[in-house]
Write a protein that binds this ligand. Structure first.
Ligand SMILES: Nc1nc2c(ncn2[C@@H]2O[C@H](COP(=O)(O)OP(=O)(O)O)[C@@H](O)[C@H]2O)c(=O)[nH]1
Ligand SMILES: [Mg+2]
Ligand SMILES: [Zn+2]
Length: 363
């Protein structure tokens, strides 16, 4: 019974999931969590261990809770037969330029948005990732990494806190351990680490996985880290694209962690609410604009521009807001019809697979 599985509990199995599984009422399948997706195959943690399955659907992603048929069969290939409803999903516009949303991870509770504090901090990128996170349903935590190498970490903390209303902003150093105990304390459930390549994501993940607020210098890397960091492979201090998979790994307190490869371009996808939540001081005025489709650019009766003139809104913030809004509208316009058609196809393929499976059992 998955309810009693220690392994599934490590991956976050709980009473709610157990209820969903019960309601699915599909005999012969077991519950599991997708821990890695790799070219049409995926690794799923089930009560008995980790099995490699056929994915059964293109829309499966790391973090999904699923049902698996033939999980422990000696002769049949384990197959994912259904996906549990997602409590959250991190979606960005597709990197391939196709008109579709691409799901980075599902059922994520906390997103750690990382930015290296030792270089120039890109506020626009933090806002972008905040919008993506708020939209996903997860809670953002902004981590200014490599605080040991920062010039003025306090100024930076103030600056970033000002553009991240509602989010916790922390300075951390995986090197010295500074702030790691606080970070560890605010992380809840399934944690995904986002940010550009070289931000120190994998190093941070390794420190968290090592299960300590303080990282004794060098020890994680010396004892063999779970995730490869820039230091291990490149040695050039830049840590380029060394994380190639997104794998879900359990860590202390029944939580799980997903390290991600550096994201070059994270486009907005259906992120209207997330953008509003990222810019509450702008959103506050939008409903007072004369035109309901006001772009807050030069329209008469624009309440946002009025607020800008009075100094109630920061100009850089407004530019950033408009940019994300435009991009979001553009992606929505070109992708809607096609996305719907693709979803319909996937659902059909999955139900066919389930039917085939049970037909096979009856024979
Ligand atoms: N000074 C300092 N360097 C760090 C820290 N964390 C990571 N780095 C370095 O930053 C580089 C990139 O780290 P990595 O974890 O691979 O980044 P990722 O691409 O975001 O996964 C490596 O050379 C790390 O040694 C830190 O807390 N302090
Ligand atoms: Mg990495
Ligand atoms: Zn307006």
């Amino acid at each position: 019974m998955p309810e009693n599985s220690t392994l599934l509990t490590e991956y976050g199995w709980n009473a709610t999931l157990s209820n969903i599984f019960g309601a699915l009422d599909s005999p012969g399948v077991v519950a599991g969590r997708v821990i890695r997706v790799d070219r049409g195959q995926c690794d799923v943690a089930v009560a008995a261990g980790t099995v490699r399955t056929l994915s059964g659907s293109n829309s499966l992603c790391t973090g999904d809770w699923v049902t698996v048929a033939n999980a422990t069969s000696e002769t049949e290939t384990p197959t994912v037969t259904s996906i549990f409803p997602r409590s959250s999903s991190i979606v960005r516009s597709s990197a391939s330029g196709k008109s579709e949303g691409h799901i980075l991870a599902a059922n994520v509770d906390t997103v750690v948005i990382t930015t290296a504090a030792d270089g120039d901090v890109d506020l626009g990128r933090i806002e972008r990732l905040l919008a993506l996170t708020w939209e996903s349903g997860a809670t953002p935590v902004v981590a200014l990494t490599k605080s040991d190498a920062a010039h003025n970490i306090f100024t930076l903390l103030t600056e970033v806190s000002a553009i991240a209303p509602g989010a916790t902003v922390l300075a951390v150093s995986a090197e010295t351990g500074e702030g790691m105990d606080v970070l560890d304390a605010v992380l809840d459930g399934t944690v995904a680490i986002l940010g550009p390549s070289g931000a120190g994501k994998s190093t941070l993940a390794n420190a968290l996985l090592a299960g300590r607020g303080r990282l004794e210098t060098g020890s994680v890397l010396e004892t063999g880290s779970v995730l490869e960091t820039g230091r291990v492979r490149t040695g050039d201090g830049k840590g380029r694209h060394t994380t190639v998979t997104r794998e879900l790994i359990p860590f202390s307190g029944g939580r799980t962690l997903i390290d991600t490869p550096g994201l070059r371009g994270v486009g907005m996808w259906n992120a209207g609410e997330g953008i509003d939540k990222t810019f509450p001081e702008i959103e506050e005025f939008v409903s007072s604009c004369r035109f309901s489709d006001c772009a807050h650019h030069s329209e008469p009766g624009c309440a946002v521009l009025g607020a800008l003139e009075r100094g109630d809104i920061d100009e850089r913030r407004l530019r950033s807001y408009r940019k994300l809004q435009r991009e979001n509208a553009w992606n929505a316009a070109r992708g809607d019809a096609r996305l719907q058609a693709e979803r319909a196809r996937e659902v059909k393929a999955l139900s066919r697979r389930i039917k085939d499976h049970y037909r096979g059992r009856r024979q």
